[in-house]
Design a protein. Structure first.
Length: 507
C-alpha cells in the first residue's frame, strides 16, 4: 500500500491464519483455530518446529509434530503455512543417508538441494503412463527365471522373519551397477545393526555410487516412519520425471503399518481388523500406486517398487500381507520350511507370481526356462508319491532328476547377484537335460564353475547373450558347444559313466 500520488510503499500486508495449541499427546498436537487448513498442510509452531495436518474432529485440528515436541506448550500460537510438506531432491542426494524430513544423517556436509518435491503427491494418471515392457534384472536366479520383474512394476517380497527378504532387495540394488538405474533403499523401523549391514554391503559392492539411503530407524518417532515411504517415492519421482529408471526397495512395509497404527491410536481413530485403522489400505495404496513407467511426453522414465512385508508363521492371509498383495503386480514368497531345509534363497516359486513381469523377461531367458516351472510342479507331486512306494517307474525317476536339477541351479549365496548370461546358461543346461544324471555335489560344482569356464573358453557367447536377447540358432548352437566342451574331458576318459561328469578338464 502507498500514499496517494506517491510510489513509496508505506507498509506491506501479510495475512495468515493463526491458532493455539490446546494440548500435546506425544507427537500429536491438538490445535484450535485454523478454520481453512487442509489435510496435509504445513503449520508452524515457531522455535523451528513444524507440523503436518493429519485430520480433524468437531472442534480441533490434529497435527503431526515434525521436530522437538518438548518445545510445545498449551496456548502456544500456531500459524498456518500455505504450502505442502516438501523434501530436498536431486543428484546431490545420491550416495547420502537422508531421513524422512530431508535432513542428512551421515555426518557429512549439509545437503544443498537441487529442487524440492512435495511428500504427499498424487500418483501418475493413466494418460501419463506407458506399458511395462522392459526387464529389471534382480540378479537373484529364482526371481529372474520364475517371477521376473519389469521396470515400473510393484513386486512384493513377503515371508517370515529372518528368511532372506532383505537379501533379495539388496541384491537387486547391487545388480543395477553399470545399468544407469538410480536406487533408493528405504529403511523403515529397522534396527541400527540391520542398517549397518545393508549399507556395508552396498559400500563394498560400489552400489552407493548410485544409491540413496533413506531411513527412519526403530528409535525414530512414529511420524517419521510413517512419512518415509512417501518421501522415498517423491525422491524417486524427481529422477523418473527426468527420464531415469529408478528402483525403490521398501524395507519393510509391515513396520510402516505399525507406525501408522501408533499414529492412529494417538489420533483417537477407532481400530479395525487386527487393531489397524481401516484406512491402512488407502495409505499403502497411495504409496504403491506411484510406481510405474512414464510415457515419452513425461520423459519415459520408470519407478519400480520392491516392497518387503513380514508374515507370521507363513500366513499369507494376514491383514497387511493380503492388503499389499492385492495392490501389487506380483509377489515373491519366502517359505520358512524351505529356509529350514537349507534352500537359499528360500523362495517358494509355486506360490510366487509375477503378473506383468512375464512379458518383460528377456526372450532368451524365457525360451530356455518356459517349461521349468511346470516340470518343477510335476517334481513336487511325484516326489511326494515316491516316498510312499518302494520303487518308482523310469518316467517318475526322470521327473525327479529334472526337478532336483532345477532346485540345484536356483541355489545362491547371499549378496552375490548373478548376470543374465549365467542365468541363461544354467537354465539352458537344465532345459537340455545336461544335469539330470549328475550327483548333488556334481551339480553344485557345475553351477559354481560353468560361468568362469565360459569366460575363459568361450567369452563370445556371453557377449552374444548380452547383445542379442533372443534365442537364435546361433546362440543355441554356441550354448551346446559350451556344454560339450565343459563335459568333454570326462566323456573321453575310459570307464567313466555320464553320472561321473563333474569338473571341466578333469580338475
Amino acid at each position: 500500500m502507498s500514499s496517494p500520488g506517491s510510489g513509496i510503499p508505506l507498509f506491506k500486508m501479510k495475512l495468515a491464519e493463526t491458532g493455539q495449541v490446546r494440548d500435546v499427546k506425544k507427537i500429536i498436537a491438538r490445535v484450535t483455530g485454523l478454520p481453512s487448513c487442509l489435510n496435509g498442510q504445513l503449520v508452524d509452531f515457531g522455535d523451528g518446529v513444524r507440523g503436518i495436518v493429519m485430520g480433524f474432529d468437531q472442534e480441533d485440528v490434529l497435527v503431526l509434530v515434525l521436530g522437538d515436541e518438548t518445545k510445545l506448550r498449551m496456548g502456544k500460537p500456531v500459524t498456518g503455512v500455505n504450502e505442502p510438506f516438501t523434501i530436498p531432491v536431486g543428484d546431490k542426494c545420491i550416495g547420502r543417508m537422508i531421513n524422512a524430513l530431508g535432513e542428512t544423517v551421515d555426518g557429512k556436509q549439509m545437503l544443498v538441494p537441487e529442487a524440492r518435491r512435495p511428500v504427499m503427491r498424487d500418483s501418475p494418471t493413466i494418460t501419463d503412463r506407458a506399458p511395462v515392457n522392459q526387464p529389471l534384472l534382480t540378479g537373484t536366479k529364482v526371481v529372474d527365471i520364475f517371477v521376473p520383474v519389469g521396470k515400473g512394476q510393484r513386486q512384493l517380497i513377503v515371508g517370515d522373519r529372518m528368511t532372506g527378504k532383505t537379501v533379495i532387495g539388496i541384491d537387486a540394488i547391487v545388480n543395477q551397477k553399470g545399468k544407469d538405474v538410480i536406487c533408493i533403499y528405504c529403511c523403515i523401523g529397522k534396527a541400527m545393526s540391520s542398517l549397518e549391514k545393508a549399507v556395508s554391503v552396498l559400500h563394498d559392492s560400489g552400489a552407493l555410487e548410485y544409491t540413496i539411503v533413506m531411513l527412519a530407524l526403530d528409535n525414530a518417532p512414529a511420524g517419521e516412519q510413517y512419512l518415509l515411504p512417501s518421501a522415498a517415492a517423491s525422491m524417486g519421482d524427481f529422477f523418473a520425471e527426468k527420464g531415469r529408471d529408478v528402483l525403490v526397495v521398501f524395507d519393510d512395509l509391515t513396520k510402516h503399518a505399525w507406525a501408522y497404527r501408533q499414529l492412529s491410536l494417538l489420533l483417537e481413530r477407532p481400530p479395525g481388523r487386527e487393531a489397524y485403522p481401516g484406512d491402512i489400505f488407502y495409505e499403502h495404496t497411495k504409496i504403491m500406486e506411484r510406481a510405474g513407467r512414464y510415457c515419452q511426453k513425461k520423459g519415459g522414465g520408470s519407478m519400480t517398487f520392491l516392497g518387503i512385508a513380514e508374515t507370521l508363521e507363513g500366513d499369507l492371509t494376514g491383514y497387511i500381507p493380503s492388503n499389499l498383495i492385492s495392490m501389487c503386480d506380483g509377489l515373491v514368497f519366502l517359505s520358512n520350511s524351505l529356509f529350514g531345509s537349507g534352500a537359499r534363497p528360500a523362495v517358494d516359486f509355486t506360490l510366487s507370481v509375477s503378473i506383468v513381469g512375464g512379458r518383460t523377461q528377456p526372450p532368451v531367458l524365457r525360451a530356455v526356462s518356459s517349461d521349468l516351472r511346470i516340470q518343477y510342479a510335476r517334481y513336487l507331486e511325484v516326489s511326494k508319491l515316491s516316498k510312499l512306494q518302494a520303487s518308482v517307474s523310469a518316467e517318475a525317476d526322470r521327473v525327479i532328476k529334472r526337478g532336483e536339477a532345477i532346485v540345484a541351479i536356483v541355489q545362491q549365496s547371499q549378496y552375490a547377484p548373478v548376470s543374465l548370461a549365467e542365468e541363461v546358461i544354467l537354465a539352458f543346461a537344465t532345459h537340455a537335460g545336461r544335469l539330470d544324471l549328475l550327483s548333488v555335489d556334481q551339480k553344485k560344482v557345475f553351477c559354481k564353475s560353468i560361468y568362469d569356464f565360459a569366460r575363459r573358453k568361450q567369452p563370445a557367447i556371453l557377449d552374444l547373450i548380452r547383445e542379442d536377447t533372443r534365442l537364435t540358432s546361433e546362440v543355441e548352437q554356441k550354448l551346446n558347444d559350451l556344454l560339450d566342451e565343459y563335459f568333454a574331458p570326462r566323456q573321453t576318459e575310459p570307464g567313466r559313466r555320464q553320472s561321473d561328469l563333474s569338473n571341466p578338464g578333469g580338475s
